[in-house]
Design a protein around this ligand. Structure first.
Ligand code: AMP
Ligand code: ZN
Length: 105
């Protein structure tokens, strides 16, 4: 099982900011900016390339961005970046899709 699936199952600790039935968000263990949060679907999908062209995955990815926006708002971030690394060649290390939320604030 991948490391993010273990975090989702609470088998490995993480600093959670959000959880609902489909998505979790927790702090990145090696922050690359003052704020660095990962928004992760509970469903194990390896990369953006593996997303299905169905309503479930469309809604899931949309929800990830809305969670990022809501966390940013709750942290009073005026500006921030959202980023998916895609595939090893795209800098992805953990093969379970996750949206990075980064801010210097
Ligand atoms: P990526 O390179 O896009 O796959 O990003 C993976 C991110 O996961 C990196 O920024 C890591 O610092 C972060 N990471 C790896 N293991 C953990 C962990 N146990 N808890 C929180 N973040 C992690
Ligand atoms: Zn996984």
């Amino acid at each position: 099982m991948c490391i993010f699936c273990k975090i989702i199952r609470k088998e490995i600790p993480a600093d959670f900011l959000f959880e609902n039935g489909n998505v979790v968000a927790f702090k990145d263990i090696h922050p690359k900016s003052k704020t660095h949060i990962l928004i992760v679907p509970k469903k194990h999908i390896e990369t953006i390339k593996d997303l299905k062209e169905d309503e479930e995955d469309e809604i899931l990815v949309g929800k990830m961005f809305l969670v990022a926006r809501d966390i940013a708002k709750s942290l009073k971030l005026e500006g921030y970046q959202t980023l998916f690394n895609v595939g090893r060649a795209g800098g992805q290390e953990v093969m379970h899709i996750h949206l990075h939320l980064l801010s210097h604030q």
